[in-house]
Design a protein around this ligand. Sequence first.
Ligand code: COI
Length: 356
Amino acid sequence: MAPSAQPLTTSVPDEKYANVKWEDLGFGFVRTDNMYVAKCKHGENFQEGSIVPFADFHISPCAAVLHYGQGLYEGLKAYRTEDGRIIIFRPDQNGLRLQAGADRLCMPYPSVDQFVSAIKQVVLANKKWIPPPGKGTLYIRPILFGSGPILGSFPVPEYTFLVFACPVGRYHKDNSGLNLKIEDKVRRAFPSGTGGVKSITNYCPVWKTLAEAKAQGFSDVLFLDAATGKNVEELFASNIFIVKGNVVSTPQISGTILPGVTRKSIIELTRDFGYKVEERVIPVEDLLDSEEVFCTGTAAIVTTIASVTFKDKKSSFKTGEKSLAAKLFATLTDIQMGRVEDTKGWTVEIDRSHQG
Ligand code: COI
């Protein structure tokens, strides 16, 4: 049995903040108060779920997610603004991406409205865990998985959509620039596979590669395409951009690269700055020949890349306050944190009157 959707019985405590040392926040699990759960039987649609106390749950040892990896996750953030509002960033985009992934993995999915409503409910039910402005964010983790038991037969009898949240600080500790290893043997994704959706099966298979790179002193790994081994794809958990003159390039969405919500937003902001943005195939040589390189993601935000090492040869790039990455980081986070007017319509304000 997956978590049961019993209505929340305890009232949400009214303190403004949980007892957290906000300055010490990293990007790790912090247990918060409540989560959202909705279930759906095969052949039916997801109905409205409930907020329940955050807790471990029982699941059949034969659940599809445990054996066949039928699961997706999403990541988005809620921000507390200086003027006391709570906002979330482009939740509809995560809802749409979850739907695309669910379709690929043969799962029913919540509507975008249900998805956004669940996010709002989880944020409100964990309000005191949203860090003070400038001291972190509330990272929201929606997951969708085959919770019903199957052994060999298909389809799966039951699916669970669950959302929880944790306060987080920075994902990459080193703000001065990442040092990447370009991985020339192990591939993250392959044509017609699941690299283009946020399948839970995309991550653990490259942990070993990431751990080895970290043991060698690198901050992260940059993967190449499986078909040719010649073109840049993405990092472990973020999209990559290269800058040369007035042209900014990023690998095109081709089924092996995750269509990042931050990637999409950064493409728009970069064009607003007057740069030409190309979504294209990027040979490793083009990356090595760039002036500046940065990566984007919900967790990574916009992170500058100081160097890449390919077959033991290190290439370095521009970093610092005058970089495009720094300008994009400032512009994006100003919007996300409600410090400037959101002329794009990207932020969604949550208020107490939200009833789901
Ligand atoms: C995110 O940026 O939200 C991700 O899913 C990456 C994860 C490894 C933290």
